[in-house]
Write a new protein. Structure first.
Length: 170
């Protein structure tokens, strides 16, 4: 057997193995990008509803999917750490906190957009979401109802009662 015969045999046997390994590698890379896209899309979709369960759970996945070893992704993780630090900060006024929260959250989404190849500027991210006033009203009403029920259960508030249609006294 000549060298070309051995090369041919080696190619016939190794070709499918290389193809399978390459396919596995490309699939893993695609899945990894998809998980990052899912995070970004969920945060963009819920950016007006920062207390929704989907929003909060998605925030907590950031440091699981973005890698410190990649410079652009490291910027995402650093932005997330700054945002998380503010979310847990109870020392500043609520007005300052709200303004800073939006600023840091927009910065986080902008850095994610850069990693994922989206051309969104910070103004677009901040101002291009829809949140009906009715949703805010419903959330406020539900919060009042919950607070009222808790006060009743704790004995801090009473349910007013008015008796009507009393039976006649004889």
């Amino acid at each position: 057997m000549t060298i070309s015969d051995w090369v041919m045999i080696l190619s016939v046997f190794s070709g499918p193995i290389v193809a399978v390994q390459l396919t596995k590698y490309l699939d893993a890379k695609k899945e990894k990008r998809q998980r990052k896209l899912d995070i970004f899309k969920t945060l963009m979709a819920t950016r007006s509803y920062s207390t929704s369960w989907d929003h909060v759970m998605t925030l907590n996945r950031i440091d699981l999917e973005f890698e410190l070893s990649q410079p652009k992704e490291k910027a995402v993780i650093e932005a997330w750490k700054q945002y998380l630090d503010l979310l847990n900060d109870k020392t500043i006024s609520s007005e300052q906190w709200g303004t800073k929260r939006i600023e840091l959250f927009v910065d986080l989404l902008h850095k994610m957009a850069l990693v994922l190849g989206y051309d969104f500027d910070k103004t677009h991210i901040k101002n291009s979401s829809y949140s009906p006033m009715a949703h805010g009203n419903i959330d406020n009403q539900q919060a009042k109802i919950r607070e009222g029920i808790i006060e009743i259960l704790e004995g801090k508030r009473f349910v007013p009662m008015k008796i009507t249609n009393r039976p006649e006294q004889s």
